[in-house]
Design a binder for this molecule. Structure first.
Ligand code: PLP
Length: 459
């Protein structure tokens, strides 16, 4: 956090890479024979038994099987998704789901918490070390829960908040009128410039000086460029506001050193563990030592009660994985792939908002092609390419239709795909979007690509 700044080094981008070096699969290149991470039968453990589920509840078992098949059979370009490792999934499918553990390690309101305390301590210690943060809370059930707790810790209902407009890439929890944030707080929105489609920092400062917000939020759900945290810090200091960085999307890239860390600048950083970080579905909060007690009280007992201890254990696994060199290679490759995909889409006439990307995602403006975001999403899905329609800044279409799509590379990079595959994917997306007659041939090429780089490879 502030005062504990770790300088961001721009690492050299790898050219080629070994799939196993970025996927973190057992048997990664460089692992010695007899790698302790290699899967082994374990008689002491009571864990997922799919055969049992199939016998007990074939209907639900079939849903699980169909979802694995869906992941294996298509290209997942949804920027907010990833493919958690078998180790993360094993922790999620554990008996820790049974335990009530209201409170924090060593300070619980239930007996029998000594074991799950160890899981939460591991998660906290690993996240503090990974992000260089003074304090971490690993209990938020999701990114939205983390944001609710951050508001609760720092504000009172009716306080003024300055945050990015949802229509320009912000998130529901940054002041949408259909969300608690817009209902309970007086939210002033900043956006991106029409010409550059990047954050208008002059507007941010002007609005801050005019409205004197108690909290400023930066971080977004659909903004492809780096955010200048130092500028936000200066503006927050100028008006005496807290600075909340919502790093839900980029936290895995921060962990892997592929984008600058917000930690030195923010009072509070909220994040999710299931997007670029590649962990279990969940949230977390980093904060300064000064705010530690307020954040902890805001999570429990103010906005949540019992933590999901199986998810906390899985977060510990994910933080451990994200601390390894393989994850650095992964995070860098996510950005390399994202740039390659975006450049190749642009070459196919699909205009990237802001001209490109610095992160794991791109926003594509389809107006020049005469196709809406909703049409593009549907056509791609028919060909086995899963992405989402997304408003572009100053979008003339309503949010249900949109003029854009959002694409991201966390999943395909986890599958070991590189720049060559990104170029192929761009041409498949362009053909699916523009040539409705090509869906079958695109689908065949998608199948070939996913066979070569499967999600959750069989045995
Ligand atoms: C910027 C941002 N903040 C918060 C969230 C909320 O995360 P969750 O869906 O886990 O509640 C998201 C989810 O996409 C997001 O993009």
């Amino acid at each position: 956090m502030r005062g504990s700044r770790r300088d961001h080094e721009q690492p050299e981008r790898p050219r080629g890479f070994d799939r196993r070096a970025v996927t973190g699969e057992p048997g990664s290149a460089g692992d010695p024979p007899g790698d302790p991470r290699a899967p082994r039968p374990c008689d002491d453990f009571y864990g997922p038994d799919f055969g049992m589920l199939r016998r007990e509840d074939p209907e639900v078992a079939q849903v699980l099987l169909d979802e694995v098949e869906r992941l294996r059979g298509g290209l997942q370009l949804v920027a907010s998704e990833n493919l958690a490792s078998p180790a993360v999934i094993a922790a999620l499918g554990s008996t820790l789901t049974n335990k009530y553990a209201e409170g924090y390690p060593g300070r619980r309101y239930y007996g029998g918490c000594e074991v799950v305390d160890r899981a939460e301590r591991l998660a906290i210690d690993r996240a503090e070390a990974l992000f260089g943060a003074d304090h971490v809370n690993v209990q938020p059930h999701s990114g939205a829960s983390a944001n609710l707790a951050a508001y609760a810790a720092l504000l009172r209902p009716g306080d003024t908040v300055l945050a990015m407009a949802l229509a320009h890439g912000g998130h529901l929890t940054h002041g949408s009128p259909v969300n608690f944030s817009g209902r309970w707080f007086d939210v002033v929105a900043y956006g991106v410039r029409r010409d550059t489609e990047t954050i208008d920092y002059d507007e941010v400062r002007d609005l801050a000086l005019r409205h004197r917000p108690k909290m400023i939020i930066c971080g977004a759900a659909a903004y492809p460029r780096l955010i200048d945290h130092a500028v936000f810090r200066c503006v927050a200091d100028e008006v005496g506001a807290w600075l909340l960085v919502d790093a839900a999307h980029t936290i895995g890239l921060v962990a892997g050193g592929a984008v600058p860390s917000p930690v030195p600048y923010a009072d509070v950083v909220t994040f999710t563990t299931h997007k670029t970080l590649r962990g279990p579905r969940g949230g977390g909060i980093l904060c300064t030592g000064e705010l530690a007690a307020r954040i902890d009280r805001a999570v429990f007992p103010f906005t949540q009660s019992g933590p999901l201890m199986h998810a906390v254990a899985a977060k510990a696994v994910a933080f451990g994985e994200a601390s390894r060199p393989e994850f650095r290679a992964y995070a860098e490759q996510v950005v390399v792939n994202s740039r390659a995909l975006t450049g190749a889409l642009a070459a196919q006439g699909m205009r990237p908002v802001s001209g490109g990307t610095d992160t794991h995602l791109a926003l594509i403006d389809l107006r020049g092609l005469g196709v809406t975001g909703a049409q593009a999403e549907r056509r791609c899905a028919e060909a086995g390419i899963i992405l989402n329609r997304n408003a572009i800044p100053y979008d003339p279409e309503p949010p249900t239709t949109t003029s854009g799509i959002r694409v991201g590379t966390p999943c395909v990079t986890t599958q070991g795909m590189g720049v060559d595959e990104m170029e192929e994917i761009a041409s498949l997306v362009a053909r699916a979007v523009c040539r409705t007659g090509a869906i079958t041939s695109v689908a065949e090429r998608v199948t070939r690509l996913t066979r070569g780089h499967p999600a959750y490879p069989r045995g």
